[in-house]
Ligand binder design. Structure first.
Ligand SMILES: NC(=O)C1=CN([C@@H]2O[C@H](COP(=O)(O)OP(=O)(O)OC[C@H]3O[C@@H](n4cnc5c(N)ncnc54)[C@H](O)[C@@H]3O)[C@@H](O)[C@H]2O)C=CC1
Ligand SMILES: O=C([O-])CC(=O)C(=O)O
Length: 310
């Protein structure tokens, strides 16, 4: 059987670490691409030389040439600038919009049948940019944010309840920004709703920490933003697609009336399989939850309007 091929555009912190997770899981051959000469080549060669130690067989190449990315099964786009302390993700909008538009044009020429996973920020507006630029059906352009935000929420819940992270499920919906919507009502410990286990005030604190999860790490790092959990989250999506797992994950998807939202990328529960986005799961929301989701969608729309992709 031919191995699958995954291209990662942007070989910085998130991109290179995503390559690391893919290789460690032996999921696919990896092509790391960047505009900077030498960096993708050096990181790819270094990672490749870890394979005998890790007992994994993957080809890993670094390049500046999209010809090497031809016919990728999945392309993960992490190209762009990351924020520093004092910045919001929205401050990256114009620069990353320019980068995303260029990158997607090249990706699509080299791999017209690929599935694109967008990671660059501000996430939902960048997914919308990629979707419009690619001209692909919505099934093949998906944004990564909800898996990360939910993983943060799960981490905090597991710490609070002193249980294994494996026992905790959680959903965070909405745009990947301050207005994201951690859905405590649909989050569980061993199947028990956490709303029955954690007092409302404390739960609110965990939700707020989740919504500020990215900024908390930026404040520590000072030179950039999170990358271990973000890259692991993107790779969970890659794995669900390559293995046709039909896995339900919160992802940014182009809504066409679901949740009362049309023509916009927003984080919702999605089924991922070999075709990419295979289904959007509509869960019943309370009026407060629906209003919070709508508010989040409104802030995504504002950004999309600024860059002309609304
Ligand atoms: N969706 C999410 O949940 C998350 C999104 N991010 C975003 O992901 C992006 C990448 O973050 P990091 O890897 O930490 O940044 P980084 O600065 O370490 O890496 C970005 C890389 O993109 C490359 N690049 C810039 N323009 C390019 C182009 N035209 N073509 C190819 N490569 C290009 C740069 O040379 C650099 O190597 C940022 O926008 C960040 O905000 C980061 C974490 C989570
Ligand atoms: O905070 C950032 O800028 C990077 C990101 O999206 C996250 O870690 O959630």
């Amino acid at each position: 059987m031919m191995r699958k091929k995954v291209t990662i555009v942007g070989s910085g912190n998130v991109g290179a670490t995503a390559a690391h997770w893919i290789a460690a899981k032996e999921l696919a051959d990896v092509v790391l691409l960047d505009v900077v000469e030498g960096v993708p080549q050096g990181k790819a060669l270094d990672l490749l030389q870890a394979m005998p130690i890790e007992k994994r067989d993957c080809s890993i190449i670094g390049t500046n040439d999209y010809a090497d990315t031809a016919n990728s099964d999945v392309v993960v786009i992490t190209a762009g600038i990351a924020r520093k302390p004092g910045m919001s993700r929205d401050d990256l909008l114009t620069t990353n919009h320019g980068i995303m538009s260029k990158v997607v044009g090249e990706v699509v020429k080299a791999s017209p049948n690929t599935i694109i996973i967008v990671v660059s920020n501000p996430l939902d507006a960048m997914a919308q940019t990629a979707f419009k630029q690619a001209g692909f059906p919505r099934e093949r352009v998906i944004g990564m944010a909800g898996v990360l935000d939910s993983a943060r929420f799960r981490t905090f819940i597991a710490e609070e309840l002193k249980v294994s992270v494996e026992n905790v499920t959680a959903f965070v919906l909405g745009g990947h920004g301050d207005t994201m919507v951690p859905l405590s009502r649909y989050s569980t410990m061993a199947g028990i709703p956490i709303t029955e286990l954690i007092a409302p005030d404390r739960l609110k604190e965990l939700e707020t920490r989740t919504a500020n999860g990215g900024a908390e790490i930026v404040k520590h790092l000072k030179t950039g933003s999170a990358y271990y959990a973000p890259s692991a989250a993107a790779v969970e999506m890659v794995e669900a697609i390559l293995k046709d797992k039909k896995k339900i994950l919160p992802c940014a998807a182009y809504l066409q009336g679901e949740y009362g939202i049309t023509g916009l990328y927003v984080g919702v529960p999605c089924k991922l399989g070999a075709k990419g986005l295979e289904q959007i799961i509509e869960i019943k929301l309370t009026p407060e939850e629906q209003a919070a989701l709508q508010k989040s969608a409104d802030s995504v729309k504002e950004l999309c309007t600024v860059i002309g992709v609304a």
